[in-house]
Design a binder for this molecule. Structure first.
Ligand code: SF4
Ligand code: SF4
Length: 330
């Protein structure tokens, strides 16, 4: 469909700024499909930055406070990734700080902290995306963690579908709808280098069919009795000339190769923000518009959208912010 605005399909997302923050690269796993730089711990956590000892949690807090003021009245959702961020001893104090400032917090975790840790700390999270990595995780322990938190905050589980451990992954996919509730579930096909390369792992036809029918087989059987607000979701394509509208997902836009918004005005930097392992702040992972500064140094947060010069927008996160092409032809 021809359109000139891509916007969030639900109003809640329009009121939320999402900050995607790669806090550090230390992990207790070393998955064979994970690039070594992402788990070997070369980059310590913000308060233990061996290369730049002057960087502190106070810098992080000051940036957070500043961002909250800059984007008000919109609320900020901070989403921390690593490495395994639950290994950082200051994660919980930081999450507390953010919640006190009336913003929300989410993390991506491999779920190896024991249920007791989640019981003590679940109040500080609004969302956790758990990933099951069969080379290192234990399915029984993983399930116990999910059962501890399901229904407490928005919970998503990604089962990383390792062809070498296929039966174990399927066993987990079968048990989750029977034993857990209020979670969303995805059987994730593995990409070499976790997506750094475009090669998908080799799956048999039978395995591919399971991946294609995963919602029907597993996802739709999960029981829900509560609703959690979702900061990002489907996008709406709008033609302001004809008033035609059509909903699509970022995933589908990529799959259909209709992810070129060059010469459009993009609200990355106004609705999304990205902070890399070194504290450098960008509008999106595309790095369009250049660096906005560094958390541990000077920073200038934007007030205007950026004109896109890229010929494709490569990740779901970057796609999920408003883009518009308003000219006299529309
Ligand atoms: S758990 Fe995640 S960060 Fe850690 S090694 Fe595995 S893929 Fe990499
Ligand atoms: S590549 Fe960057 S600037 Fe271009 S549309 Fe995507 S997020 Fe926006």
């Amino acid at each position: 469909m021809e359109y000139n605005i891509l916007d969030h399909s639900h109003d809640h997302a329009k009121e939320i700024v999402v900050v995607n923050w790669l806090l550090g690269t230390k992990c207790n796993f070393s998955c064979s499909y994970c690039p070594s730089w992402l788990h070997e711990g070369e980059v310590g956590w913000p308060n233990n930055y061996h290369k730049w000892p002057s960087r502190s949690v106070q810098d992080v807090q000051e940036f957070i406070f500043r961002a909250i003021k800059h984007y008000a009245p919109k609320k900020i959702y901070f989403e921390f990734t690593g490495g395994e961020v639950t290994l950082w001893k200051d994660l919980i104090p930081l999450a507390k700080f953010i919640k006190e400032k009336n913003a929300t917090v989410g993390i991506i975790s491999n779920g190896t902290r024991p249920p007791r840790w989640w019981r003590e700390n679940k109040q500080y999270f609004d969302h956790v995306c758990f990933s099951y990595h069969s080379e290192f995780s234990n399915a029984e322990k993983f399930l116990n963690v999910i059962k501890e938190v399901n229904g407490e905050f928005r919970t998503h589980v990604n089962i990383m579908m390792n062809p070498d451990k296929w039966d174990e992954c399927i066993m987990l996919a079968e048990r989750i709808p029977k034993e857990c509730h209020n979670i969303s579930l995805a059987l994730q096909p593995l990409m070499e280098g976790l997506g750094e390369e475009e090669t998908v792992f080799p799956y048999t036809d039978e395995q591919q069919e399971v991946l294609d029918r995963q919602h029907h087989l597993y996802g739709k059987h999960i029981k829900w009795n509560t609703n959690f607000p979702v900061p990002r979701g489907a996008m709406e394509m709008i033609n302001t000339n004809t008033n035609k509208k059509e909903i699509s997902s970022a995933h589908r836009l990529i799959a259909n190769k209709v992810n070129d918004w060059s010469d459009w005005d993009c609200y990355a930097g106004l609705e999304n923000l990205v902070i890399d392992w070194d504290g450098e702040v960008w509008r999106g992972w595309c790095r369009e518009g250049g660096s906005l500064g560094n958390v541990y140094n000077e920073i200038k947060l934007p007030y205007k959208p950026v004109r896109c010069t890229k010929t494709f927008c490569h990740c779901n996160f970057d796609i999920m912010c408003k883009k518009e092409n308003i000219d006299e032809n529309y």
